[in-house]
Design a protein around this ligand. Sequence first.
Ligand SMILES: Nc1ncnc2c1ncn2[C@@H]1O[C@H](COP(=O)(O)OP(=O)(O)O)[C@@H](O)[C@H]1O
Ligand SMILES: [Mg+2]
Length: 340
Amino acid sequence: MARPEANRRRPLIPMRELRAMPSPPRPDHAVVIEGLAKTYAGRRRQPAKTALAGVDLAVPRGSLFGLLGPNGAGKSTLINIMAGLVRKSAGRVTVWGYDIDREPLAARAAIGVVPQELHLDPFFTPREALELHAGLYGVPPARRRTDEILAAMGLADKADSYARSLSGGMRRRLLIAKALVHDPPVLVLDEPTAGVDVDLRQHLWAYVRTLAARGTTVLLTTHYLEEAEALCDRIAIIDRGRVVACDTTRALVGRLDRKTLLVTVDAPLETLPPALAALGAELVDPRRIALRYRPSVTRVQDLLDAIQGAGVVLLDLTTEEGDLEDAFLALTRPGDAAAA
Ligand SMILES: Nc1ncnc2c1ncn2[C@@H]1O[C@H](COP(=O)(O)OP(=O)(O)O)[C@@H](O)[C@H]1O
Ligand SMILES: [Mg+2]
């Protein structure tokens, strides 16, 4: 079916039905995804595009879960399906125990989604936007926490300014605030820190941790390994519509066990000394040598000894963590990763 799906408006949740819903269970897993597939229909000579090719994922209740993957991996598609914004092609999704097909209202009420794109109505103030949103979700006035949420997101000063006067960072905070008005047990943040300055990033991270500490299950997507590592207790890596790894952060980062030692030498080299070539070193340019190693099995000292033994004099050195591309390579070549 060729129709724009991603931008379809979320239908309102009728208050009466929401109140009639059973009180939320406490499932072991806040989100369970089985065999999830999505192929976007081709439009205007574009071929059909498979964004998800059979994803299985279980997000334990109370976890801070990272969905990590490069651009185009399928992260937003997965999240938009959970949020009821994109229709899946196949598979099963439950949010807080509610099947998104059979109990879509309950599933939607259990989740707050902060979209990747900054869509805001410029003519509402933050306070109005939150009140309106609370109304859509059937939160009675006595149970609204508008001021508390505005304060938590650092928007108290701007509560009554038009959204169009807010900076990009403030808009992002307002989107997070909107996702929180109905106090969902599951909060989903799609690339929360993309294009956000360092201060705001720290603020958001701290707030996400606070929510998680209070028991909210948080699922966030990112293409920064560093961000997933700093925030999440579990990470799933998704690449080209498939989950290539899913583990605790500690175990996963352990498996990534790769660093590069980059040294600058005092005299230009035409070729690598054989002893360094034997270690798999690379001449990046005549003055720089890169040595990849696994911190769990090789000490930097051993590498330095080898460099010195080869008669090379160092001017400077740095080490680099493996980047995300390396991480994917390591994880999609199991034999390789197991050798670490
Ligand atoms: N509405 C759409 N129509 C067609 N293709 C889409 C649509 N949305 C996303 N895609 C494609 O699906 C793939 C996954 O996209 P997306 O889920 O946005 O990935 P991510 O969020 O990980 O960057 C990409 O190849 C993207 O171009
Ligand atoms: Mg995305």
